[in-house]
Unconditional design. Structure first.
Length: 496
């Protein structure tokens, strides 16, 4: 079989073209035949547009089955798929386009002019119902392209993960990364064509794009495709599903619905949570209401899924389980020396799941790997004596709000540039719904008057909504240690 990850999906589906693989919440059904022919025609369109192997295709589009098929087409063609969060605004897009230098951009109709002023790439549009100039163009294509031969280490996808310096880094994910992680998850979570996956996650992030789609498409499971997360609609579909993948916020929202009970999950075999820490309370409450112990797992853009609680063994709340087969995980001290079980340290990983480095940032890549080849995740945790991993914090001060990563530095840079702001510190405050709420602490310039509402309004024009602080506190001075570093722990205590 070819090293192209798509070959595994093709292999699952080519002998059963009539099977329904996706049922969308707009009432449309898609069969294996649709998946194969549509992605083949998109791949042919890419060739006609002159997009070559290794070229980047930037996609900022609402979730649609067409955008999924287009993603699969990029894999087939051996071109590099670069998904962008739909919430990104112009200032953010400017950087991504200059860094990725795409040959083709797919965006909604209303962003076409904006993108046109930022890139010389070909631009096609895709709206939330699957229409637009991309659809018009593919309708003109009669033939399907064969799946391209690629090398295992060829880059399939670049996922941008913000850096603590405020600069985003493009994590290069190879075909081998995708294949190994998908195979491991299908077997560890025992996915089969009998499964029906409830998919309500966004598809610009590894959770919705890789974990959910790949486990279903590789195993032949059916996907119930929800374009947006709506707890009531999700509950209505629960009795038809066998697996749900969600971020902790999903489970909190479901618990707020009285209908979320044992009866509604009667056909469900697995509730999975990840992307942010699941509160122990949520874990316990879901078990009390439904009889299911949520399976929590841990992963990141740079490495796909790293650890998972077991399918058959005991799922321990507050832990992210064991390293997945083929993935090595170690806990180290400041000198990269492994520490004994029970001790807290930096989490480092190695295995076929670990990415190929940051796009065009060889120095940054070098910094993030140890001399003996382990990737430094930036997370801090410990193993207990039974081998369960717990994550206790994030070395890099990352804030995770509603499942999205927010890097304080990026917001601090924007805040510091606002008129009247002397300096700022951005922290995460525990929040019952979002996990953490982005919170800003500002010091005004002498004589300046800062108003919370005005600051928030200005930030909304420059940043994706999930990054905009939920609260802005004005103080006279920021607490600092002897080395002059802002003491964020002091701020967190004060404003929690
Ligand atoms: P991303 O690259 O956006 O997927 O974010 C990866 C980061 O999310 C990891 O480095 C962790 O800090 C965090 N994360 C993912 N899953 C979990 C989890 N189950 N518990 C705690 N943190 C998690």
């Amino acid at each position: 079989m070819s090293d192209n990850f798509f070959s595994i999906i093709e292999n699952t589906h080519h002998s059963r073209p009539d099977r329904v693989v996706i049922e969308s919440d707009d009432g449309r059904q898609y069969r294996a035949h649709d998946l194969l022919t549509r992605s083949g025609r998109y791949a042919m369109l890419l060739a006609k547009l002159g997009v070559k192997r290794g070229d980047r295709v930037v996609v900022q589009a609402e979730k649609s089955v067409q955008s999924l098929f287009f993603y699969l087409a990029c894999l087939r063609a051996g071109v590099v798929y670069v998904p962008l969060n739909t919430a990104y605004r112009r200032a953010e897009l400017t950087y991504f386009l200059s860094n990725a230098r795409p040959s083709l951009v797919i965006c909604p109709k209303q962003s076409e002019t904006d993108f046109g002023s930022l890139t010389s790439a070909t631009i096609l549009t895709l709206d939330e119902n699957g229409g637009g100039s991309l659809e018009d163009a593919v309708e003109q294509v009669a033939n399907e392209a064969a799946t391209a031969a690629v090398a295992p280490n060829d880059v399939a996808v670049i996922i941008y993960t913000s850096g603590t310096t405020g600069r985003s880094k493009g994590a290069m994910i190879t075909h081998q990364n995708l294949s190994s992680n998908a195979r491991v998850l299908v077997s560890y979570w025992r996915f089969s064509e009998k499964d029906v996956l409830l998919h309500a996650l966004p598809i610009f992030h590894i959770h919705g794009l890789f974990v959910a789609n790949h486990t279903a498409l590789v195993s032949g499971a059916k996907i119930l495709w929800h374009r947006k997360f709506d707890p009531k609609r999700l509950i209505a579909d629960l009795p038809r599903a066998t697996v749900l993948m969600g971020v902790p916020t999903f489970y909190l929202r479901l618990l707020a619905e009285p209908a979320f009970d044992r009866d509604f999950v009667r056909n469900m075999r697995l509730l999975i949570s990840g992307s942010a820490p699941l509160l122990l309370d949520t874990f316990a409450e879901v078990e009390a209401r439904t009889g299911h112990r949520i399976l929590e797992r841990y992963g990141m853009s740079e490495a796909g899924m790293i650890t998972s609680n077991p399918l058959d063994g005991v799922r321990v709340g507050g832990t992210v389980g064991f390293p997945l087969p083929g993935n090595a995980v170690r806990i180290v001290d400041d000198q990269d020396r492994p520490v004994p079980d029970g001790e807290v340290g930096g989490i480092q990983i190695s295995g076929d799941n670990v990415f190929a480095g940051y796009w065009q940032m060889p120095e940054k890549t070098k910094e993030e790997f140890t001399v003996d080849g382990w990737f430094k995740t930036g997370d801090v945790g410990s193993f207990d004596e039974e081998g369960y991993l717990s994550i206790v914090g994030r070395a890099k001060d990352l804030i995770i709000s509603g499942g999205y990563n927010v890097y304080p530095k990026e917001i601090e840079l924007v805040l510091d540039a606002l008129p009247g702001v002397l300096e700022s510190a951005v922290i995460g405050i525990p929040h019952p719904d979002f996990g953490e709420a982005v919170t800003a602490v500002l010091v005004p310039q002498p004589g300046a008057q800062l108003l919370e509402q005005e600051i928030v309004a200005q930030l909304k024009t420059q940043l994706a909504n999930y990054k905009v602080p939920k609260r802005v506190h004005i103080v006279e001075v920021l607490p600092r240690n002897a080395m002059g570093k802002v003491q964020k722990n002091v701020l967190r205590q004060e404003f929690s």
